[in-house]
Design a protein around this ligand. Structure first.
Ligand code: FES
Length: 101
């Protein structure tokens, strides 16, 4: 499922925001003007990654500190190893997200 979830001006550089795509919650991150999307649900115990801290291209889960690369969804450090899904496109000024599988 593809969904237009906002405008590129809605999220400032270094900021994150959670949006709904169907039944899924997706985090959006603006890293220096490049947008990334990933499943908002941490694959450890389900905390919201959009509530975590964004540093460069790394998001740190607020609950137990697992780190994910927002570009790929891969786990960089943490208590388990399941990545979060990713998919985002920019269409004009619109942010378009594909729902996580
Ligand atoms: S819920 Fe994210 S690290 Fe534990």
């Amino acid at each position: 499922m593809l969904a237009r979830v906002g405008k590129i001006t809605d999220i400032g550089a270094g900021q994150m925001r959670v949006v709904r795509v169907g039944d899924a919650k997706v985090s959006l991150a603006n890293v220096g003007g490049t947008f990334y999307a990933f499943d908002d649900t941490c694959t450890h115990q389900g905390c919201s990654l959009a509530s975590g801290e964004l540093s460069g291209t790394t998001v740190t889960c607020p609950c137990h500190g697992r780190e994910f690369d927002v570009r790929s969804g891969e786990v960089l450090e943490g208590p388990a190893d399941e990545p979060v899904a990713t998919a985002v496109e920019i269409d004009g000024d619109d942010i378009v997200v594909r729902s996580p599988a």
